[in-house]
Design a protein around this ligand. Sequence first.
Ligand code: BV8
Length: 233
Amino acid sequence: MNLVVLTGAGVSAESGVPTFRASDGLWEGHRVEAVATPEGFAANPALVQDFYNQRRRQLATVHPNAAHRALADLAARWTGEFLLVTQNVDDLHDRAHADTPPAPGFELIHMHGELKKARCTASGVVCDWAGDLAPAHASPHHPRGTLRPHIVWFGEIPLEMERIEAALARCDLFVSIGTSGAVYPAAGFVQLARMAGARTVEINLEPTQGARLFDEGVYGPASETVPGFFGTL
Ligand code: BV8
């Protein structure tokens, strides 16, 4: 059986990583356009680098939770194809799978980029990056380049879309976990899975605006609902 799982900020919430659209969410105090668009970065690189520097620093203080670990346990024993697509830019899935090595059919894709990577604005080269980035951080990859966060901002094309769409076209089960379904193209993945004839399940704290698009819904905190659901698979 081929499985595609999509995760959003809700899967990391119980690890202490703030979500975006909750009352205490990340977008509070920031206009999305100012901190998560190429125009915002061009207009005020210091503000945007600081927004991501703060979040990159916070990674040292958070850890994978039971939901991340349940997905890693599943990936270790899954015999079919298992694509885990995350909209999250934290490294909590990566750390959970590093602790529990996955079976060969598993793949993790960060479709909106990663906090712990930087990208050269001139060459496009992506490199690991754990520290802060300065407003105009000289790039080691190109004499005229600077380093920006390796993050997909609004108006930019998400990463690995062909691989994601190919996996959705042949999946038997699609599970969306901890995402509000507010951002495209991720919010449209359930429709692609339905067109492929897959069983579709929404796992979230509460029903989302797209709940009616799913065959089933499982509601509650991810640290409980994710182990519960995947423990039966
Ligand atoms: C693109 C940067 C073209 C990384 C992010 C008009 C209509 C439709 C679409 C558009 C439109 N105008 C513009 C668009 C396109 C736009 C878009 O969708 N805009 C929206 C706002 C309308 N999209 C884009 O620009 C994308 N690019 O379309 O390019 C294209 C497309 C395909 C092919 C070719 C070309 C780029 C989108 C990426 C933007 N970058 N962030 C960062 O800073 O982190 S988006 C941002 O929102 C994050 O990446 C985040 O991942 C994403 C989604 O948010 P969620 O993860 O869902 O988080 P949220 O807070 O919303 O929800 C949390 C959920 O968890 C809630 O449901 C809550 O109930 C639940 N929860 C909370 N606690 C728990 C829990 N669940 C379980 N347990 C808990 N404990």
